[in-house]
Design a protein around this ligand. Sequence first.
Ligand SMILES: [Fe+2]
Ligand SMILES: [Fe+2]
Length: 182
Amino acid sequence: MTTIEQIFDLFNNHGGSLYFGEQVTETEHALQAAHLARQAGASNEVIAGALLHDIGHLMHGLGEDIAHHGVDGKHEDVGAEWLEGKFPQVVIDCVRLHVAAKRYLTATDPGYLEGLSVASVDSLRLQGGPFSAEEVAEFERTEPNFATAIQVRRWDDEAKVVGLDVPAVESYRDVLEAVLIA
Ligand SMILES: [Fe+2]
Ligand SMILES: [Fe+2]
């Protein structure tokens, strides 16, 4: 299977579980995030990053309620590792940094926390809580793609609308082909 066929297979055959304590499935969540990016006129890299940000959830087999078991599955690292060598760094960073971006936003945007879902606030604690001032500064200094990752995070947080009709994963074939390295 090509990388793109593997991605389609993951969403079509492994993305049907509810997303992390939400009322949308993993696949619905990813498609909504990608759709928000596409509607906002984001680049192909960033649309791909939004689509793939939680791909690690579809691979690690830990189930969808790991927050409630007190385990941090590190799905951002699982996903980023799988994408390594297949996609440009900015795509990988959207995936790798999407949890850090939440920790960053809870520290820097006063209204951000109240906009998060209950499950997302729950998992925040397991993920280390809001960044300290030092961590905020370090994130900005050491991550060249931090602003892009934060933008993707905002779409991630919005992408939990029950019953929203959005284009299927196959509609992202061109986007993925345009950015794919191997
Ligand atoms: Fe996630
Ligand atoms: Fe997500």
